[in-house]
Design a protein around this ligand. Structure first.
Ligand code: NAD
Length: 274
């Protein structure tokens, strides 16, 4: 079950965290994988580093693994490629997708994972620039990538679009106006694409992660993180692989009649706890 042999997957924001785990799991299931991220370990683009504070910090700490992940995938016997791709840059996205189709012959699975999670402030203190940035990356970025792969999936009469939402999108989040709005928007995008894609056997689904213990999450406020854990049913964060397994399932042939859903991988954080 769940063999992705012969399929080609593109994952955005795959340099670390959940995206990296998704890329590895898709490869283990048999897919060739294209890793894309705004930040690569060999990156000398200081402007990008300056403009993504989290990126700067994580690179300084050596927590960027795009090229390493591609190497791990090749060792599994799959093909892998790495592209520097900013999801907000439509021309760059189009160039990468054209390049993938040229090099790999097709594109079957898109995982819209790239996002910024670091803007936390109450409404009076929301930073207008970061509000715009979050919309551009987290929501418009997913739209840009879906639009770019769409003609290829349509022509193949087969496609899987998997969008990373969040419980902040389905429940709201204190101090997360921009982030939760983008993640709610991702669900609207997911459902519309599900309706439009059905005639071409393109499915579109959202995954709703709860608290996943990635490097980015660990950089958050420790007290806030503790409170989040306390309200999950499991009383612990999930692992990136928990999300990756759901991605493999939704990408598989077996999930062909599932479209337009929100699949919670959230450890019960969305349940009524007291
Ligand atoms: N970690 C959690 O608890 C959690 C919970 C709910 C949802 N999510 C979602 O899961 C996804 C991954 O989260 P994570 O914890 O692994 O975060 P992360 O910050 O480790 O990963 C995000 C990746 O996106 C990349 N990125 C940022 N801006 C980009 C851009 N403009 N173009 C291309 N790539 C860009 C970053 O460089 C990074 O590699 C996100 O969509 C996030 O909203 C995470």
């Amino acid at each position: 079950m769940f063999s992705l042999a012969g399929k080609v997957a593109l994952v955005t924001g795959a340099s670390r965290g959940i995206g990296r785990a998704d890329a590895l799991a898709l490869a283990r299931a048999g897919a060739d994988v294209v890793i894309t991220d705004i930040l690569l370990e060999s990156d000398a683009d200081e402007k990008v580093l300056e403009t993504t504070v989290a990126g700067q910090l994580l690179r300084d700490r050596g927590v960027v693994y795009a090229e390493q992940t591609a190497e791990e995938i090749r060792q599994l016997g799959r093909r892998a490629a790495v592209f520097k791709m900013d999801v907000t840059d439509r021309e760059q996205v189009a160039r990468v997708v054209t390049g993938v189709v040229k090099e790999f012959g097709r594109i079957d699975i898109l995982v819209n994972n790239a996002a910024m999670l670091d803007h936390v402030a109450t409404i009076e203190n929301q930073n207008d620039k970061l509000w715009e940035r979050d919309l551009r990356i987290n929501l418009t970025g997913a739209y840009n990538c879906a639009k770019a792969v769409w003609p290829h999936m349509k022509e193949q009469h087969w496609g899987r679009i998997i969008n990373m939402s969040s419980v902040a999108g389905t429940m709201g989040g204190f101090g997360q106006a921009s982030y939760s709005s983008t993640k709610a928007g991702v669900i609207g995008l997911t459902r519309s694409l599900a309706l439009e894609g059905a005639r071409y056997q393109i499915t579109s689904n959202a995954i709703v992660p709860g608290i996943i213990g990635t490097e980015a999450w660990k950089m958050g406020n420790p007290k806030m993180n503790e409170r989040m854990i306390a309200r999950t049913a499991f009383r612990r964060p999930g692992e990136p692989e928990d999300i990756a397994h759901a991605v493999v399932f939704l990408a598989s042939e077996e999930a062909k009649y599932i479209t337009g859903i929100e699949l919670y991988v959230a450890g019960g954080i969305n349940l009524f706890t007291f």
